[in-house]
Design a protein around this ligand. Sequence first.
Ligand code: NDP
Ligand code: F7E
Length: 312
Amino acid sequence: MPKTFITGHRGMVGSALVRAAEKSGGHDVITAGRDTLDLLNQQAVFDYLAAEKPGIVIIAAAKVGGIHANATYPADFIYENLSIAANLVEGSRRAGVERVLFLGSSCIYPKLAPQPMPEDCLLTSPLEVTNEAYAIAKIAGLKLCQHYRAQHGLMYHSAMPTNLYGPGDNYHPQNSHVIPALIRRFHEAKEAGAPSVTIWGTGTPRREFLHVDDLAAACFHLLGLENPPDWVNVGVGDDVTILELAQLVAETVGFTGEILTDPTKPDGTPRKLMDVARIKATGWSPVIDFRDGLAGAYQDFLASLETGAARL
Ligand SMILES: NC(=O)C1=CN([C@@H]2O[C@H](COP(=O)(O)OP(=O)(O)OC[C@H]3O[C@@H](n4cnc5c(N)ncnc54)[C@H](OP(=O)(O)O)[C@@H]3O)[C@@H](O)[C@H]2O)C=CC1
Ligand SMILES: C[C@H]1O[C@H](OP(=O)(O)OP(=O)(O)OC[C@H]2O[C@@H](n3cnc4c(=O)[nH]c(N)nc43)[C@H](O)[C@@H]2O)[C@@H](O)[C@@H](O)C1=O
């Protein structure tokens, strides 16, 4: 059974990876929270990997946030994400880690990429400005893996997930992604009997959403491939407008008031629909229906409010 270091295990993706690994029983999982291992500390990362000698490292730790956080803290996003990727990839090479899976994001592709976006549209035109810093760090992470694989013959590769949602999400009112932000806002409006809820931007951008448990399954699927692509899109291949999403979240939460838009807030990329032909050809497809997934995410939000575990 491979010793598998899942980084970022307290986050939404990392915790889904731990759940999936425990369910499969096929991995001896090790974890280390920020309190015991700060991934920005290069020497600490090198020492930890040298001592633990995992067979697999999954890089699910990152500085993560929605459109507002990315646009407000670009220095933090580029510095922390470059450092986490470089420390873990080089530390893995030094410790003889056989396999690394790095997680990027669909925002690595150009702002006006062809839709759906194939893997080979990377670096063909400018990035979306609201998340350029984060995207550059994620592109550097995937290129680290690609070049370490080419130069050192190591099986280091990457997955590029589309926008994710699910249990353990961050519900911060400003710094979160759109789904957790709207779950919280519609819930609070329902509780307060508010007549309307305002969403950011024009409501016209299109986004694709993948449940985090589907992503976790995709990660272990990729780790099982003998010759995985250097990087591969992970998505559902279907998208909705932000206004349609808001209507779905309102239904899920049971909010029946009006939905207003605020065009003074940024829209970000007009559309980022993944071309998922490559991962489908390897035998993976998502299984979680979007409405079911949203209902589960809302239940998780309610449960985490009760236990006090919600990331608010
Ligand atoms: N959420 C999404 O919609 C998408 C996410 N992704 C990618 O998936 C990955 C995981 O994202 P997600 O789970 O949503 O993010 P979360 O914010 O939920 O989790 C990130 C985790 O990384 C940990 N972390 C961050 N910095 C450090 C550090 N210096 N040392 C140790 N641990 C650290 C955090 O620890 P702590 O709890 O202490 O802060 C947290 O547990 C990221 O690479 C992200 O780019 C890709 C596409 C979409
Ligand atoms: C995963 C991805 O996440 C980020 O990109 P993004 O797709 O723009 O992410 P988002 O979820 O924050 O917004 C999606 C859309 O939704 C609209 N929107 C409406 N109302 C709210 C709202 O209340 N909060 C937020 N956050 N957005 C809202 C918002 O205006 C935008 O049009 C990247 O920075 C980068 O980190 C990355 O890789």
